[in-house]
Design a protein around this ligand. Structure first.
Ligand SMILES: Cc1cc2nc3c(=O)[nH]c(=O)nc-3n(C[C@H](O)[C@H](O)[C@H](O)COP(=O)(O)OP(=O)(O)OC[C@H]3O[C@@H](n4cnc5c(N)ncnc54)[C@H](O)[C@@H]3O)c2cc1C
Length: 552
């Protein structure tokens, strides 16, 4: 970054979640001198706390959000084609009960509309299941009062963090400067423009400036932090916030993660909750089940969001309600996580009814001509949001925008049928690495698994498993640090690999992470000790239920 600080930038993107990543990639691919600034790790905000569905949002049909559903379904198809190693088809089943608010005919009508709005899809269409057929196929579902159900396909991005990361890698390959652990602390205003940004390198505390070119555009994709970033305006050394009114009215959504349980299905369930009629998901995920979500207005600390015991109990009770044999209890919960949806500030609306459509807020109306904030924006639609924001940036710059390439251009790890290197890699490494490990690496990294495997050529010890219970190997640690911007053990265990979700929160892997980082990447013992402690605090702060911490 040191050399990059002397440059000036056409496009300055604040926030390295999935939306900021999409903007940076699009801007760099279309020739804008681009920098992406993220205060924590990439995808450490809302983008790592979602249900991980790439979906049209069947529920939004109830609110007549047809354009959002169509946009999402089109983007679902784009991602299935351009990121096939990360986004996979997912079968979902909706059980329908007579006593609940959505009758069979309504679900059927919704399904027909969903199929119509995804007319260009490659996924199979829905099918309706009358009660007898439904219970033949799905025996564990509560039969009382059931009138039947529906089955349909959407997409799942099991590792959304890597979708964000690969988008950032693609941005960097196209020439963008991408910085994690770089906090924007001030937006310097001069007249009707922001001319430069004060930034802080978080690990060292060093302050520096990022300067815009004469026509630079600043894009604020800081998700739930949008208002906070807008408050960072400064003129002649005095604080002068950009906005006077709140744009975000975030709602909190929590999930629980449990091991396979009696009656668990191979497919995902989309269920109307018995207690409050809210729809929630039970989704097979990384060999476990991800259950969520809740939807509660949230005004608390955005850097410390955690599932409450009440939310956990609600999700347990609703799962037991739909699959009585599950018999889940608090002790079944391995992991929890919560995020804040960056929704528009709308007083007096029920959280579920607030629009999920994104808004590009141009701050010209507040006296600043070169700042646009994104309000909302789902994981599913991030590519299109990137395209729209870069189009808007070109309009502000006063240049005609080159065509957007991201509709067709695969992400860096996409496995293309013509790629012979993969067959060769499997042949080469199967002597030294078990086949199921090689297979796992390709499922995680796509074609970039070849680079992970290549690290074992010069250092055969890197072919060893990190811990015996997992397929992850030591080479992944080195790859995360050298090639994927990882700077902490949370980055490695939680956002480059799924180790944190397995085997006692990934704690047993930490000593190996430290050993490898010291031996192969030059990290010091003191740094590793500090990072191990930081990892423990992160897990307690975000993922281990409070009651489980108290019991310890
Ligand atoms: C519970 C839940 C379930 C969801 N499920 C789905 C789903 O299944 N499918 C779907 O499509 N969408 C889903 N969503 C929505 C989706 O996850 C989010 O809308 C999306 O991830 C938002 O991404 P973002 O990049 O805008 O924000 P974020 O991911 O929050 O990124 C913003 C980034 O800005 C950074 N930042 C903040 N301040 C600064 C600063 N001063 N300097 C530098 N950086 C800064 C933050 O650290 C953060 O990383 C869900 C959301 C939630 C909460």
């Amino acid at each position: 970054m040191t050399n990059d600080r002397q440059q000036t930038y056409d496009l300055i993107v604040i926030g390295g979640g999935v939306n900021g990543a999409g903007v940076a990639r699009d801007g760099a691919l279309r020739g804008l001198k681009t920098i992406l600034l993220e205060k924590n790790d990439f995808a450490s905000g809302t983008s790592s706390w979602s249900t991980r569905l790439i979906h049209g949002g069947l529920r939004y049909l109830e609110y007549f959000e047809f354009s959002l559903v169509r946009e999402s379904l089109r983007e679902r198809e784009v991602l299935l084609q351009t990121a096939p190693h990360l986004v996979k088809p997912l079968l979902l089943t909706i059980p329908v009960y007579r006593s609940r608010s959505r009758p069979y005919w309504k679900i059927q009508a919704g399904m027909l509309l969903y199929d119509t709005l995804s007319y260009d899809k490659t996924l199979p269409p829905h099918r309706m299941l009358p009660k007898t057929k439904f219970l033949q196929l799905l025996r564990s579902i509560d039969p009382e009062d059931l009138s039947g159900g529906a089955q349909y396909y959407d997409g799942q991005v099991a590792f959304a963090e890597r979708l964000c990361l690969e988008t950032i890698i693609s941005a960097a390959e196209a020439g963008a400067t991408v910085c994690n652990y770089t906090e924007v602390t001030q937006l310097h205003r001069q007249g009707n423009r922001i001319t430069h940004l004060s930034c802080r390198d978080v690990p060292t505390g060093e302050e520096f400036t990022v300067t815009g070119s004469d026509r630079a555009v600043i894009i604020n994709t800081s998700g739930p932090w949008v208002d906070r970033v807008c408050s960072l305006g400064v003129e002649n050394g005095e604080s002068k916030p950009i906005s006077q009114t709140a744009k975000i009215g975030g709602t909190k959504g929590s999930h629980i993660v449990v091991d396979p349980f009696p009656g668990a299905l191979d497919s995902a369930l989309y269920v109307e909750a018995k207690t409050d009629g809210r729809p929630f998901f039970i989704v097979p995920w990384l060999g476990m089940y991800l259950i969520g979500t809740t939807d509660l207005p949230y005004r608390g600390n955005l850097d410390r969001v955690k599932a409450d015991d009440d939310e956990i109990d609600y999700l347990i009770a609703e799962t037991n309600g739909i699959i009585p044999s599950a018999a889940l209890t608090r002790s079944s919960v391995k992991f929890t996580y919560s995020g804040v949806r960056p929704l528009p500030n709308t007083e007096g609306k029920k959280p579920g009814s607030i629009t999920r459509k994104h808004i590009l807020f141009d701050h010209t109306s507040e006296g600043i001509d070169n700042l646009i904030s994104l309000i909302g924006g789902k994981l599913t639609t991030y590519r299109h949001v990137g395209e729209e924001l870069v189009d808007a940036a070109f309009r502000k710059i006063g240049r005609s925008a080159p065509p957007c390439p991201t509709l067709k251009q695969p992400l860096p790890g996409a496995i293309l049928p013509s790629d012979d290197r993969i067959r060769e890699a499997v042949q080469n490494y199967r002597k030294s690495i078990p086949l199921n490990t090689i297979d796992y690496l390709f499922s995680m990294y796509g074609s970039r698994a070849i680079e992970v495997l290549a690290l074992t050529d010069k250092a055969p010890d890197l072919a060893e498993a990190i811990v015996p219970q997992l397929l992850d190997i030591k080479a992944q640690i080195v790859y995360a640090i050298r090639s994927e911007y990882a700077k902490t053990f949370v980055d490695i265990n939680r956002r480059r690999t799924p180790i944190a979700f397995h085997d006692n929160y990934g704690f047993p892997a930490l000593s190996v992470l430290a050993e490898v980082a010291i031996e192969h990447c030059g990290w010091t013992r003191e740094t590793c000790d500090r990072l191990i402690e930081e990892y423990r605090m992160y897990m307690e702060k975000n993922c281990i239920p409070d009651y489980a911490i108290e019991e310890k």
